[in-house]
Design a binder for this molecule. Sequence first.
Ligand SMILES: *Cc1c(COP(=O)(O)O)cnc(C)c1O
Length: 390
Amino acid sequence: MSSGAWQTELDALRAAGLHRTLRRVDSIQAPQIEVDGRRVLQFASNNYLDLASHPRLIAASQEAAHYFGTSASSSALVCGHMGVHADLEEAIAHFKGSEAALVLGSGYLANQALLTALVGAGDAIFSDALNHASIVDGCRLSRASVYIYPHGDVSALERLLQTTAGDRRLIVTDGLFSMDGDIAPLDRICDLADRHGAFIAVDDAHATGVLGDGGRGTLSHFGIDGSRAITMGTLGKALGSYGAFVAGPRAVIELLINRGRSFIYSTALPPPVVVAARLAIQMVEDDPGRLQRLRERIAYLRTGLEGLGIPLPRDPTPIIPIVVGTAAAATELSAALLDDHVWIPAIRPPTVPDGASRLRLSLTAGHSEGQLDYLLACLARHGVANRCLR
Ligand SMILES: *Cc1c(COP(=O)(O)O)cnc(C)c1O
C-alpha cells in the first residue's frame, strides 16, 4: 500500500513549521532528565509537586501491584468497582468538598463523559475560547449548541447568557489555563451562573494540587465553596500518577456512571496507579510544605524574569508562557536553549492561536534556586526579552 496521500500531508506540516516529533526520555521524570541521550534541565512537565518520582508513591504502587495485580481487567460496570477505586473517589470528594466523585481513565476521557452526559441536543454550552482540546472535542460530541466566548471575557459571556436559551445551560472553563498560565475569573462566572440559571463545569487539570487552599483547586482559590460547580481534575499532573476525576453532586456522578460513554466503555485504571493517586492526595493534605515550596519557586522565577524584562502572566502560577509569535521563532528558540541543556518546549498551532507560538515554561517544587538561576542566565544570553511579543 502506498502512503503517498498521507506523506503529502506530513510534508505540508513540515513546510509550515508545524511538524511534531517525539523525543526519547530515558530517565525518571524529575527536573533533570535524559532527552535523546542528553542530560537536560527541563521546564516542560506538569509534575508541579515533584511527586512523579517520590519514593513513597513508587513503594505504594509496587505494593498495590502485589496485592491487586496490574490491571482492573474491565470497565467498572462489568467486573466490579474495585475497592481501591472507591477509596480514591471518597478521598477526592473529601479533598474537593463535593458530595461525590468518579475516577475515569484520563482527563481527556473525563471531559468527554462530563460534557456528553450532562448536556445534549436542546441544551447550550458556553465555552472559553482558550479551553483545552478535550473540552472542545467533548462539546462537539455532546450535540448541544456551543457558544464560544472570548478568553476570560465575562461581559461577552453575560451577553451570550442573556440572548441564548437552552433547556440546560452549562458554562465550561479551564480553571488554570494550560498554555497561558492565567486563572479563569470564577468569582464573576459564579455570579453570572446564579443570575442566569446556568451550571458551571471547571477543568482543574492544572489547578489540582496547585491553586487554592492546600491545592484544592480554582474554586478554593477564589474562596468559593466546592459544591458550587462540577469539577474535573487530573491525577497525572501535580498528583504524579495517571487518570482523572469528576467531583460534584451525587446525581451528576450517578448520571456519569449511567451515561458517560468514556467511563462505561473503557477499562478502569490499573490498581497501582489508583493507589499512588490516593497516597498523593493524602500527602498533599498532610504536608503543605510541598505546595509552599512550589509557590516560593514561582515567586523567585517571576522576580528574575521581570528583571530580564520578560513579560509575565498576571497570575502567579507554575505555567509561564514566553510568546514569540511564529512557529519557526518558537522552535528555533527552543532548540537554541536545548543546546544549553535547557528544555522548554515550543507550543505551536493548533494548540495555541496562529501568531501566538510560544515556549511554555513550567515549574515544579523540585526545581532548585540554582537551577532557576541557570535558566535565567540562559534566557538572558539568548536575548529572550527582545523576542517576546507580550
Ligand atoms: C492535560 C489536560 C487534560 C487531559 O488530561 P489527561 O489526564 O492528560 O488526559 C484536560 N484538560 C486540561 C486543561 C489539560 O491540561
